[in-house]
Design a protein around this ligand. Structure first.
Ligand SMILES: Cc1cc2nc3c(=O)[nH]c(=O)nc-3n(C[C@H](O)[C@H](O)[C@H](O)COP(=O)(O)O)c2cc1C
Length: 214
């Protein structure tokens, strides 16, 4: 049994250690989602909807969209580099490891037993920062609660947003009303291969803490 601190510090983005062979039952995922739905959300309006996909044919199409979105991103990065813009990604061994892990998920996404797309009613396009923060803040805490609950059960996920380059394509596939509903990401769900995850080294993040003044 994980202590609260262990749970909060060892819930990682799991890609290489997703168990692609072991079936995931709907009831367990829904139970984790119920934990997610305890999260704060603006005025308690609960304007979220969650699309949980275990149909292999739909998962295969979602994985195609995901892969095409990574290609979109790679093309954009190459164009930015050609235009002389510095890369946001440092060339460190850690970034290389993340990149390999990201590509593993890209190559196996269709094999992940359940894919979850959380949504929030409303669109961010052209709205004020207040409205954007209120909308994102009304779904992302629930997503994180969901990921923590998965970890507590012995399952794992990885936060992903890359498919939002093709949000409309995903909306069309899943029947999400794109004009009035925003997708928050795509979360692969599987049992994990082992449960011994470690806290990340975020010691550098100490620099981000500022008391009384920026
Ligand atoms: C907003 C956001 C978007 C992300 N998008 C992706 C993604 O599209 N694909 C992916 O494989 N990982 C994605 N990640 C996972 C990050 O790469 C990961 O959180 C980071 O490397 C730190 O690892 P950790 O979550 O294990 O601490 C995303 C994470 C966040 C918070």
């Amino acid at each position: 049994m994980l202590t609260p601190r262990e749970l909060l510090t060892t819930t990682r983005s799991v890609r290489l250690r997703l168990d692609l062979e072991r079936a995931v039952d709907r009831e367990t995922v829904e139970e984790c989602l119920r934990v997610g739905l305890q999260a704060p959300n603006g005025s308690n309006l609960q304007l979220w909807n969650w699309v949980l996909v275990d149909d292999p044919a739909v998962r295969a199409r979602m994985a195609e969209i995901y892969r095409a979105s990574i290609e979109d991103q790679q093309r954009m990065s190459a164009e930015a580099a050609a235009a002389g813009q510095p890369s946001r990604y440092p060339k460190t061994p850690q970034q290389e490891r993340i990149s390999r892990s990201v590509m593993h998920l890209r190559d196996h996404l269709h094999e992940v037993p359940v894919l979850v797309v959380p949504t929030i009613a409303g669109r961010m396009d052209g709205v004020s920062v207040f409205e954007q923060a209120s909308l994102w803040g009304s779904v992302l805490p629930a997503v994180w609660n969901f990921m923590l609950a998965l970890r507590a059960e012995g399952m794992g996920s990885a936060w992903t947003t890359i498919h939002l380059h093709r949000e409309r394509e995903m909306a069309d596939l899943l029947g999400i009303p794109y004009e009035r509903v925003t997708q928050a990401g795509l979360f692969p769900v599987a049992w994990t291969l082992g449960t011994d995850f470690r806290a990340a080294d975020r010691s550098g993040a100490e620099r981000a803490i500022r008391w009384n003044h920026w």
